[in-house]
Design a protein. Structure first.
Lengths: 273, 286
């Protein structure tokens, strides 16, 4: 653990830099909530960082601040050295949510084409690109299916392909595997790591699952609620992830230290499972 | 195919019911505590089904054209008016819905009046519209009567479209809206790529209601403005002869029912190419 929690990795280029960010919802009203309080976070290029914590700790809020879906109350957010809004306007990141959120009136291929379409890419170019992305997630045979005809796991893969379509240097994922069964989940985790290695994208990944965070990440940021803040940073060094990693001692050690950090950061221990 | 069979079966069942009531019902109707609870079953009030059908083939007046041609022509005339009113009403409803979705203030300010507009009785409204349009002219040409009727039809038709479409435009989940925001898509592109397609399952039931409303508006509009040539006028004309020729007024009513079915069918046809692969939503538009 570093001295200043969340201060991040050294290095000239940072995919994400969040400093001194506070987010207050409904400011000045009786139902005012401080969702995040003075949060610092830095994500290096190509780094995989997970945000983990109990419900209400502000991990999704932090992700949405990076995505410039909501503005911070105080503090600054930069993505690839630029203000978050500029990055959003340039489609500087790809995003995936817990709900795949596919447009059911579009075929799988046309769903993946959507961000490219909005970029003004020509029809044939974006078709090729979307096909490539679908091949990457193993859905090349389902391009003309409609989302309603796919399983939840397949839909989520389409959402990931869509997030990757513009080759963003940054991937933002908000519990993308949260609604999936354990088997599908593990397979998609391995696929996601492969994709990130191939594309070199930095990733900020929000999850509830300790094992998922440890398996995927270079660093796990542990958060606690009321007000939401980062309470611990755990570096995970497991080398190349394979199926054997899930049995490795170092994997279980990392899980234990994340679990311990979650407990100590959230005293009194939450009743939530 | 199955639906056609069901529709035919329902038609046959209602005819059987009609004749059965005629056979067992009291010819003078059933009166309970001074209130007639069941209608008269005599031939004057309820002519036999076959009388109505055979009346269709006989001439309207001695030596005139057969009734079925007159009724069909009247239906075609009213169908034209209905189409114009429906198209105008649907367009206005769409624009209102988009404006209400775009500006919350417009929704708050306008929606109560949109709902209020439908509580004004049509029979009170129609002469008013007729009065206004009597003073109007389009580029020197006089305002034709049928346009007045089309306005009344549009007045009824815009409502379900405005309300249904508003719900449809508001139907996308927050994640879809956020996704569009993450793509730096503005309001217009979010409307075109997300809200309009998402609204289609809400739009079509609303259009069906609007079609039915436009037929009612056109028929009632014709009656209260005294516009000649349509099925509404024909119902009034034939009902004056109800005592001497009871089957005749029912032929006009059959025509009006046919008109409603044709309009409903045409609206459903609009839906076919757009709604493949789409979920159906249950929509209650008030």
């Amino acid at each position: 653990m570093s001295d200043r929690v969340g201060a991040g990795v050294p290095g000239p280029k940072r995919a994400v830099s969040v400093s001194g960010v506070t987010k207050v919802f409904n400011q000045g009203r009786p139902d005012e909530v401080t969702a995040l309080s003075d949060v610092d976070l830095s994500v290096g290029d190509g780094e995989f960082v997970s945000l983990i914590g109990p419900s209400g700790c502000g991990k999704s809020t932090l992700l949405r601040l990076i995505a410039d879906l909501i503005p911070p109350t105080r503090g600054t957010v930069t993505v690839a050295g630029e203000p978050a809004e500029t990055a959003r306007r340039k489609q500087g990141y790809g995003i995936a949510f817990q709900q795949a959120g596919l447009f059911e009136w579009r075929t799988v291929l046309r769903n993946v084409e959507l961000p490219l379409e909005l970029r003004g890419m020509s029809r044939s170019d974006r078709r090729d690109r979307a096909r490539q992305m679908l091949t990457l997630v193993g859905l090349e045979d389902f391009t003309s299916h409609y989302p309603g005809q796919l399983s939840g796991g397949m839909q989520q893969r389409v959402a990931i392909a869509r997030a990757l379509a513009v080759s963003p240097p940054l991937l933002l994922m908000d519990e993308p595997f949260g609604a999936l069964d354990e088997m599908t989940r593990e397979r998609l985790q391995a696929e996601l790591l492969g994709i990130c290695a191939k594309t070199g994208a930095a990733t900020v990944f929000v999850t509830h699952s300790i094992s998922e965070a440890v398996f995927l990440s270079n660093r796990v940021m542990v958060m606690s609620p009321r007000p939401g803040r980062i309470t611990a940073e755990i570096r995970v060094d497991l080398g190349e992830r394979t199926e054997a990693t899930r049995q490795a001692d170092s994997y279980f050690e990392a899980i234990t230290s994340v679990r311990r950090a979650l407990r100590s950061g959230n005293t009194p221990a939450p009743a939530a499972p | 195919m199955k639906r056609v069979l069901f529709a035919l079966a329902a038609l046959a069942a209602s005819m059987v019911l009609w004749e059965a009531y005629k056979a067992v019902g009291n010819p003078d109707g059933t009166v309970l505590f001074g209130t007639r609870v069941l209608p008269r079953a005599d031939d004057l009030s309820m002519p036999h089904v076959w009388d109505v059908v055979s009346r269709l083939s006989r001439p309207e007046l001695t030596g005139g054209r057969p009734v079925w041609i007159v009724v069909l022509q009247a239906c075609a005339f009213t169908l034209g008016i209905t189409t114009v009113g429906f198209a105008a009403g649907a367009l206005i409803g769409l624009l209102l819905a988009v404006a209400m979705q775009r500006f919350r203030l417009v929704e708050r300010g306008l929606l109560p009046y949109v709902i209020l507009s439908q509580t004004v009785p049509l029979v009170a409204l129609a002469p008013l519209v007729a009065g206004w349009s009597g003073n109007l002219s389009i580029g020197g040409l006089p305002w034709p009567d049928w346009m007045t009727v089309a306005v009344i039809a549009a007045y009824l038709a815009f409502f379900p479209v405005a309300v249904g479409m508003l719900r449809g435009l508001q139907s996308p989940q927050a994640s879809g809206v956020e996704l569009m925001r993450s793509y730096a898509a503005g309001w217009w592109r979010t409307l075109v790529k997300l809200r309009l397609p998402a609204a289609l399952p809400y739009l079509f039931p609303a259009l069906r209601l609007a079609g039915a409303a436009a037929v009612v508006g056109a028929v009632v509009g014709e009656i209260s403005t005294g516009t000649r040539g349509g099925i509404g006028r024909l119902v009034i004309e034939y009902s004056r002869e109800a005592t001497s020729d009871p089957a005749k007024v029912y032929t006009a009513m059959l025509g009006a029912a046919l008109l409603g079915l044709v309009v409903a069918g045409l609206v459903s046809l609009l839906e076919v190419p757009l709604m493949r692969h789409r979920r159906r939503v249950e929509v209650a538009t008030l």
